[in-house]
Design a protein around this ligand. Sequence first.
Ligand code: UDX
Length: 464
Amino acid sequence: MRVCVIGTGYVGLVTGACLAHIGHHVICVDNNEEKVKMLQSGRSPIFEPGLTEIMQSSSQAGLLEFTTDLGAGVAHGTVLFIAVGTPPLPTGESDTRYVEAVARGIGEHLNDSQGEYKVIVNKSTVPIGSGDWVRAIVQSGVNESQKTLVGALVGSRSTLEQAAEFDVVSNPEFLREGSAVYDTFNPDRIVLGSNCPQAIAIMQELYEPITQRQFAANRDLPSVPVLVTDLSSAEMIKYAANAFLATKISFINEVANICDRVGANVTQVAQGIGLDSRIGNKFLQAGIGWGGSCFPKDVSALIHTANDYGYEAHLLKAAVSVNQRQRLILIEKLQQVLKILKGKTVGLLGLTFKPDTDDMRDAPALHLIEQLNRLGATVKAYDPIVSQSGLRDGLSGVIVETDAERLADRCDALVLVTDWQQFRDLDYSKMASLMNSPVMIDGRNFLDRQALEQCGFQYLGVGS
Ligand code: UDX
């Protein structure tokens, strides 16, 4: 099938590369020339395991192309994905101006497609109700360009007879950064929001190699459920899923804080409740709270939407406030051990909002650095990705070290911020010997307390 993906950010690039990998002919469009050049040369602007490999093999097979030419992309694709960003505005609402511009652009080019039916897919996380809004904008783009055509081709009716035909489908993504390629080939479900059978049939055909698990890690599993809903429900599913997961983490963090006070161990508590199949064991890892590009943005946007409709989302607001407070927990723990932080040196293990990504958006580390600076502490950090990349130059208030031992050197305490797998295998005895005082605040309950204590560390976890 011929596919066009507009926007080569995180979601667009992964979607485009994965659809090409399963055999579709994909053109990815982006208006950033530099980025398109980079992609054309086979390099990925984001760090995502497995992505560069499938980009390169699909490009070599002639199934993946990159361009800045929206018209060429629209003419090519039967399915047109809108995958541009919807960043948060200061009010918490989503900024939909990029979606609007793309929808208008698609509309303006649809008349060039000689009446071919197109499915326009909203992959961007857009406010509930946007499907209808996108349809209206595409249609207005179509109407505008028809007016121009009428002006240019007075008397020629043939162009107008081939009026653009299209439908809009909402197809939210549930990809996790760091495992986005894996998640694309091994989804729990595919959600398609539209009440148009023709569009749904095309989308089902598009995803068939995935729903039939032809590219799955375990091909013996039953086919992937495809849930067909109305447009608004599909849009709501994305928000509700992220809000639920964020709330689940805030819940276990609240339990962890109570555990700290009553002397219980949250890891064991999470295990105990997670074995209840109604609760499930995932997303019960207590720590310093959720960050990243999705949870904070989507939870705020849902609160905002509810508010627009006169409803106050008490539970979601509480999930956000627990999360904000959770980021300060590590400061409290540092103060518990070091007392005054002014003049002390604190080393952060990890900077990214989670492992296997280079993403620093809304990373708890940023908040921590700011607070520690405010309290007069010197902050150093080591991160397996940030330390090796240009990202370190954009950070202020922190000295970024190139390895964990340099980080430990003359630190008064270390704080594990990101649960990078390699942090389990560091030489903690050596690190302890380099520190002013070997204190480890494990913000993810990730390290082996006993092993750390044997290396001479004073170890504090979160709720454990
Ligand atoms: C999330 C959703 O999982 C994904 O479905 C959606 O499409 C985008 O948002 P992502 O932001 O990549 O994905 O990260 P995720 O792995 O879900 O973690 C989000 C945050 O929660 C991270 O800050 C992580 O450290 C934190 N987290 C996660 C916890 O603190 N505890 C947990 O048990 C799980």
